[in-house]
Design a protein. Structure first.
Length: 235
């Protein structure tokens, strides 16, 4: 709704503007990390995407992030602030918000395993994502701030997996097959993506000496086991 859209723009653009303006006036020597998003690429024509791929956002979130990105670059170029930009793809961990599909799956797999639920409602299980491990991405953020000059970096694994893959791995952690436990609900479907968002982090790997440390399977297992432990503690 409109209220949500205004909140998104306020949080992503106005708050960034206030922060950068304050830094310029009070601590211009401060080093700043700006969190960009793969959503800024939106509907793309090429995959994987890198720092030179044209932006074409298709959501209010992506639009607001792109506006804030251009603002950050403006402060970097015209006010000479050290502002490093990370264009991050999906990054997961046991602390992921409950509203995201990966955490929704891990929570419900844990509940089903412990007899606290009997099914999971989900949208398009053929949707593809480039999922990485959040702590790995924080390492990249820190590395950006240690460079001699601030630049933009795509942070991603460069490997696509489907929601179906995530379901398969998550249920296998607790020794189950996902098919009897899921209900496909078209209400959860997102508009179709012609070309999936998949990141090319060649620049980060070369200049930051960065690379992911956790595999897709390891991330899924870590999330599911963490949620099983949480719910076991409440039984």
């Amino acid at each position: 709704n409109f209220e949500d859209e205004f909140s998104i723009v306020s949080n992503n653009f106005m708050a960034t503007h206030s922060l950068l303006s304050s830094i310029k006036e009070l601590v211009p020597e401060c080093r700043v990390y700006f969190a960009g998003s793969s959503e800024m690429f939106g509907k793309v024509k090429v995959s994987p995407q890198n720092e030179s791929t044209p932006f074409n956002p298709r959501s209010v979130y992506g639009i607001s992030k792109l506006a804030a990105f251009h603002l950050a670059r403006n402060y970097r170029e015209h006010h000479k602030l050290f502002i490093a930009v990370g264009i991050l793809y999906n990054h997961e961990s046991p602390h992921r918000g409950h509203q995201f599909v990966t955490r929704k799956i891990s929570i419900n797999v844990a509940k089903i395993c412990l007899g606290l639920a009997d099914r999971l409602e989900i949208g398009n299980i053929d949707a593809l994502r480039d999922w990485g491990y959040a702590p790995d991405y924080v390492v990249a953020m820190h590395a950006m701030l240690q460079q001699e000059k601030p630049e933009d970096f795509v942070i991603a694994t460069g490997v696509l997996h489907s929601v179906r893959d995530f379901l398969t791995e998550a249920f296998s952690v607790v020794g189950l097959d996902y098919e009897p436990y899921i209900h496909i609900n078209p209400a959860y479907f997102r508009p179709g993506e012609v070309v999936p968002l998949c990141g090319d982090s060649t620049k980060a790997r070369r200049e930051l000496n960065w690379q992911p440390t956790k595999t897709f399977k390891q991330i899924v297992k870590k999330m599911v086991l963490a949620d099983v432990k949480r719910f076991e503690g409440n039984l």
